[in-house]
Design a binder for this molecule. Structure first.
Ligand code: IMP
Ligand code: MG
Length: 178
């Protein structure tokens, strides 16, 4: 049975597990030779479930931190404005920084976050997103690790919300409204 408001399962729990495992392997390989401290940064709130599963698949010493920015209101359209609601606790200067995002849509939010983090002079800065909507891109974003490209549909579950709901749904489904 699907949640009310979700029309179709896009990624089942099993498919999500496979994607996260593959990303963990790719990330582990990418950073294996580095001598810098690895900091994995989750963008809240959307990335919290993905981040929790992903870090367990990265077989390297690391620290974790979280950043909250606000972009969307309670709707499905980006306002284009990005505000830092809660900043990092850690200093990232000289570290390998991996930013973990739930979904990259227009790229507006993310490009601003990346610019802000780049100003703090990390040794490297890479991006991992679970989902990517390339057809919606307005600002170019270089994605280093991508779970899956998806069509232009609004999706919920596994951390992703519509009006703050559905984050606890264990699969990713397409939002169709109630
Ligand atoms: P962007 O600035 O347009 O790339 O927006 C990115 C943010 O919008 C993501 O971090 C999500 O929080 C939210 N978002 C974009 N598309 C979706 C979607 O299909 N479902 C849920 N949230 C979305
Ligand atoms: Mg988000």
């Amino acid at each position: 049975m699907l949640e009310k408001g979700l029309g179709k399962v896009l990624l089942s729990q099993e498919q999500l597990g496979e994607i996260v495992e593959r990303l963990g392997r790719e990330i582990t390989e990418a950073y294996q030779g580095s001598k810098n401290e690895l900091i994995v940064i989750g963008l809240l709130r959307g990335s919290f479930l993905f981040m929790a599963d992903l870090v367990r698949q990265i077989k390297l010493p690391m620290t974790t931190d979280f950043l909250t920015v606000s972009s969307y209101g309670d709707g499905t359209v980006s306002s284009g404005d990005v505000k830092v609601v809660m900043d990092l606790d850690e200093t990232i200067t000289g570290c390998d920084v991996l930013v973990v995002e739930d979904i990259i849509d227009t790229g507006n939010t993310f490009s601003k976050v990346i610019r802000m983090l780049q100003n703090r002079e990390p040794a490297s800065l890479k991006i991992c997103t679970l989902l990517n909507k390339p057809s919606r891109r307005e600002v170019e974003v270089k994605i280093d690790f991508c779970g899956m490209d998806i069509p232009d549909e609004f999706v919920c579950g596994y951390g992703l919300d519509y009006a703050q709901k559905y984050r606890n749904v264990p699969y990713v489904g397409i939002y169709t409204g109630s």
